[in-house]
Design a protein around this ligand. Sequence first.
Ligand code: AMP
Ligand code: MG
Length: 321
Amino acid sequence: METKIGKEELLDEACSIIKQGGLVVFPTETVYGLGADAFNEEAVRSIFIAKERPQDNPLIVHLARLEDVEKIAVDVPPLFYALYEKYCPGPLTVILKKSKNIPYVVTAGRETVGVRFPSHPIARALIEGSSPIAAPSANLAKHVSPTLAIHAYEDLKGRVPLVLDGGECQVGIESTIIDLTGKTPTVLRPGAITLEELKEICGAENYKGELGVALAPGMKYKHYSPKCKCVMKDATELGNEYAEALKKGFNPVIIATEKTIKRLGDLRSLSLGESGLDAAKFFYLRLHQAEEEYDYIIIERMPETGVYYSVMNRAKKSAAD
Ligand code: AMP
Ligand code: MG
């Protein structure tokens, strides 16, 4: 299969492909997505084949209009609407009870469904011009999520007909996932919307500030892995690890915050910028650059608060053996 890559000029064609049961790679503010019509079982099945994704890993349904939530979910609680008000469209996925309209292939057999309202204008136009879209990230299973169209293209060329290029993703890590189907609202995956922020809004909504954090599900699969060796070290150990790697004949690179890089002098390095939001935006981009040019990646261990906590969640999986 030939894979087309282009910008808005391919939008109409992309909408037709979705409506006919095909796959489209599209930009969102978090990472690029690999989408199909969420109501078309066969189309959704082909997402799993294209990215070699395990059948038991569910997808997220992407919507453009609030009223469509009732087509895909039932018993939607008030807290959903409070979260929608505050964060949507934006990098938040909410787990709700699924409606019968959504095929089980989307939810990997679960009675719950993940719902997200992306803010990227091309994502919104694609959904508005076709259908609610089920999508995971547009990378091969286990590989690093794409934040540039070219990264999705490199993983999926020959497997999908069309890649929509919407520029670099501004958030850069996957959405924060909050599950509202249990007793206590629970964060399943941290993202640019932080635990601290969610705690506040859950408290304001009379949940007594209670917010569960269950990060185990994301740990089930090897994830976000570059193609070469990748380790994580404290800022003070980076220079030593680098020297050791050189001695063993590797071509190492350090991925670290701007502040740390300034202290490292002229070791080869790639910057994660000056804030947690910068680190999120650049994290996958730097992993892609690093695996292209080097063969030994050393990631700086960052503080586990705010958005850095969410970046560390990805970094630990990238550096896991
Ligand atoms: P990806 O966008 O590639 O990270 O894939 C979507 C992710 O959303 C999955 O890996 C799950 O972690 C999460 N997800 C989607 N639907 C559900 C659900 N019903 N329950 C729990 N997690 C979900
Ligand atoms: Mg993914």
